[in-house]
Design a protein around this ligand. Structure first.
Ligand code: ADP
Length: 369
């Protein structure tokens, strides 16, 4: 009995938390040796003082309500965070947990555990500041991209229209006609690029997620790609897809970009594209498997960068599609990557949050582009 009592005592004395016993008025009856580590006071300096004296002045009024609340219910436990003062005058954030054991004859006191959480609070504040900074820079970049894309449109239209007019009005030789044609083509390509930039800039990633039937998002994407699918005779198949949590318009866009790429970067074989879904904990991993030309391992990270293309002008594209997919998926807290080997097809994978079963009763949202 004595040895187990000694054991408990040594546990309390050596705990990294400060442990104390207080009476119904908040007077400190006992303070463990570890109070010196948390507050800088030796236990004998604290015994007899009121525990409220240690609370920072600005938090004191609020904390004075804790004791009556605790006294109201015997055996109840309360937890709170407050700034507490150390002997050297500095303050730290302390998480306190108190249990009302006044009705226990062997204790007859309130047991309080104080843990210094300043490092945790500072880390959380830093994380929030970083997230705010990132959100602000996202908005600035989007506004800038929007303004640039918008302002470049007008001069581009003028270049294209007046070049065409010149070709019609003047008697140009074949060589000059060809050069004028290049100018008009280049203006058209730049216009497509601006369309993608505008779409990217106005993608509204701050929208709140909702339950989305992934099956409907895929149906919308394949419907939008109907002509491209038909032209090359692509076979698109899918598992039964789940209800997820996200933005329907964005998910349609991700499917559309990935399936369109599977068609564009096809091999000599008929394109076969299969969409798989596999649940891993709270998220789903969605895979878009193709039998296309494949991607070399050293290029697999690069292709998600803005304006990165591995192919020339013989295949249409601006190198924005995958960057857009990454932006959408990551903004929703997911990941996107590709597994591939040249000549052996590619599997593009992305994760999306699983919808809570209760969400199934809400109307799923799907936007057809
Ligand atoms: P775009 O298709 O407009 O060039 P993306 O950002 O969609 O832009 O794709 C970037 C590059 O990644 C493409 O230019 C292509 O080289 C490569 N790529 C994308 N999807 C596939 C795929 N399914 N198979 C092979 N290569 C691909």
């Amino acid at each position: 009995m004595t040895s187990s009592f000694q054991g408990f005592r040594s546990l309390i004395e050596n705990s990294p938390d400060a442990i104390s016993l207080i009476d119904s008025r908040g007077q400190i009856l006992y303070a463990s040796g570890s109070t010196a580590k948390v507050f800088g006071y030796e236990p004998e300096e604290l015994v007899g003082r009121n525990s409220l004296d240690l609370i920072h002045l600005e938090d004191r009024v609020q904390m004075s309500r804790v004791l009556p609340e605790l006294l109201a219910i015997p055996q109840s436990t309360l937890q709170w965070h407050a700034r507490m003062c150390r002997k050297d005058g500095t303050c730290s954030w302390v998480e306190s947990t108190a249990c009302n054991l006044l009705d226990r004859p062997d204790v007859n006191a309130i047991a309080v555990n104080h843990r210094d959480i300043s490092a945790r609070i500072a880390l959380e504040a830093q994380k929030k500041e970083d997230a705010d900074l990132l959100a602000r820079s996202y908005i600035l970049v989007e506004e800038f991209a929007h303004a640039v894309a918008h302002d470049l449109r007008e001069p581009l239209r003028t270049i294209s229209a007046f070049t065409e007019l010149l070709v019609h009005r003047m008697d140009l030789d074949d060589q000059s006609q060809k050069m004028a044609g290049y100018t008009v083509d280049a203006a058209a390509r730049m216009s497509d690029l601006l369309d993608d930039l505008l779409l990217l800039a106005s993608s509204g990633l701050t929208e709140l997620p909702r339950p989305v039937e992934l099956q409907c998002a895929l149906a919308a994407a394949t419907q939008n790609l109907g002509r491209a699918i038909e032209e090359c005779g692509a076979i698109v198949t899918a598992d039964i897809l789940p209800l997820v949590y996200g933005n329907s318009g964005h998910l349609v866009r991700v499917f559309q970009n990935l399936i369109s790429n599977a068609i564009k970067y096809r091999s000599k074989e008929t394109p076969q594209i299969h969409i798989r879904a596999e649940q891993r904990g709270w998220e789903w991993v969605i895979q878009i498997v193709d039998n296309g030309i494949g991607i070399a391992p050293e290029q697999q990270e690069r292709i998600f960068g803005m304006f990165t293309r591995l192919h020339g002008r013989n295949i249409a594209g601006a190198g924005i599609g995958l960057a857009f997919c990454r932006k959408i998926v990551e903004a929703a807290g997911g990941r996107i990557w590709v597994e591939s080997q040249p000549g052996a097809g590619s599997t593009f994978c992305f994760t999306v949050a699983a919808a809570h079963p209760a969400a199934a009763s809400l109307p799923p949202q799907v936007a057809f582009a």
